[in-house]
Ligand binder design. Structure first.
Ligand code: HEC
Length: 86
């Protein structure tokens, strides 16, 4: 029984570290790339569904300015950061 709990705990550790790394990366992208054009509101200012919609519009805005839009991975990391920050 106890052994099962220990195995469970260890199997969760890498997942947590993995998620944390992506949250940190998401914050870097949010604070770095998004402020190229304007200040960004606090993560809590918008709901997650609002963020998803705004981020899609921002992809278009970046393309209109000949900037590279976020990759799928960058987008996922930013959404993870925004979800964690509430
Ligand atoms: C190429 C310039 C540019 C970049 C880069 C950019 N934005 Fe924007 N953003 C705009 C413009 C222009 C608007 C004004 C509303 C519109 O035209 O859609 C705006 C508006 C917004 C708004 C307000 C939306 C509303 O409906 O009031 C939010 C929130 C936002 N941006 C978040 C972001 C985030 C998060 C990023 C990074 C992923 C980002 N922006 C990157 C140009 C940019």
């Amino acid at each position: 029984m106890r052994r099962g709990v220990i195995i469970l705990l260890f199997s969760l550790l890498p997942m947590t570290a993995w998620a944390e790394a992506h949250v940190v990366r998401g914050q870097d992208i949010f604070e770095g790339r998004c402020q190229a054009c304007h200040q960004t509101p606090k993560p809590k200012a918008l709901s997650m569904s609002q963020w998803r919609a705004v981020l899609q519009t921002m992809q278009v805005r970046m393309q209109q300015k000949s900037m590279d839009p976020l990759s799928d991975q960058e987008m996922a990391d930013v959404l993870l950061y925004l979800a964690e920050a509430r």
